[in-house]
Design a protein around this ligand. Structure first.
Ligand code: T3D
Length: 260
């Protein structure tokens, strides 16, 4: 499934979704937001897909909302942009029962930054940067920014970045714990792909349960979380991959996980 604004290709059980409006630094218009939702749906429905990599075409990851659409009288209008564009994207990424890797190849601004930050693993090229651009135009961080950012880097840093709108480089983002890893620009594409392949070869059921447990931990008490772990561990233990993992360990060989 590919459209003019999003390309989706599947290879070796990895879906690569590319935000594809490079002339606009992959800023989101309605067409691209809806196409990304459709691509995420495809990733959810296709059992052959075991990991999803999201990246941007050209030199940027995404500059967030296409500001020319906001002032377009024929555009979707402010009231639809969060309800119909960004909130469903964030929900779909978080609900996908497979790992999502954001491979931030260049600048990630506004909603573009926050969509990356809601992924399970975020890596960035040494050429990438992150900017909570909202305050510069009188808006507030959206696309889960007020939720994920303070949890990733702490209230104080999140508050300062959101209010000041400072652009930070990938190294600084890694140092703050905003992202997992910076990868040198010249090897970024290959290394990000290797990481996505690795995720696709891991026990998908266990990874999906891990993702859900982490999400639940944000609102649950320790007691509820311990019960969730108990419940989810029973489920993980029923998977074929658990059986294979233990068997492979005992036979001193590498496991061959099938994602079931
Ligand atoms: O209803 C609602 O809107 C609510 C939803 C909000 C969600 C949001 O995401 S709000 C935040 C929107 N994003 C921004 O405010 C970021 C605006 N862009 C920038 O600040 C800078 O472009 C960047 C920091 C991202 C990158 O700077 P730089 O110097 O690398 O590139 P540039 O030269 O500024 O941009 C390159 C081109 O992309 C340029 O077009 P041109 O002059 O070559 O024809 C620029 O206009 C265009 N572009 C960049 N960002 C956007 C954009 N066009 C439309 N919308 C953009 N967001």
């Amino acid at each position: 499934m590919s459209t003019a604004t999003i390309t989706l290709s599947v290879e070796q059980q990895v879906a690569r979704i590319t935000l594809n409006r490079p002339e606009k630094l992959n800023a989101f218009n309605r067409e691209m937001a809806l196409a990304l939702q459709a691509a995420l749906d495809t990733c959810g429905q296709n059992d052959d897909i075991r990991a999803v990599l999201i990246t941007g075409a050209g030199k940027g990851f995404s500059a967030g909302q296409d500001l020319s659409e906001v002032i377009d009288p024929q555009g979707p209008g402010m009231s639809k942009i969060l309800k119909e564009h960004y909130n469903p994207i964030v929900r779909k990424i978080r609900a996908l029962p497979k790992p999502v890797l954001a491979a931030v190849n260049g600048v990630a601004a506004g909603a573009g930054a926050n969509i990356a930050l809601c992924a399970d693993v975020v890596v960035a090229s040494s050429a990438a940067s992150f900017v909570q651009a909202f305050s510069k135009i009188g808006l507030i961080p959206d696309s889960g920014g007020t939720y994920f950012l303070p949890r990733l880097i702490g209230w104080q840093r999140a508050s300062a970045l959101a209010m000041l709108g400072d652009k930070i480089g990938a190294q600084e983002a890694e140092r703050m714990g905003m992202i997992y890893q910076v990868i040198p620009e010249d090897t970024f594409s290959a290394k990000a792909w290797e990481l996505a392949l690795k995720l696709a070869q891991l026990p998908t059921v266990g990874l999906a349960l891990t993702k859900e447990a982490f999400s639940l931990s944000v609102t649950q008490s320790l007691e509820d979380q311990l019960q969730t772990e108990d419940h989810f561990q029973q489920k993980a233990a029923l998977s074929a991959d658990f059986k294979e993992g233990v068997q492979a360990f005992l036979e001193k060989r590498s496991p061959r996980f099938i994602g079931k």
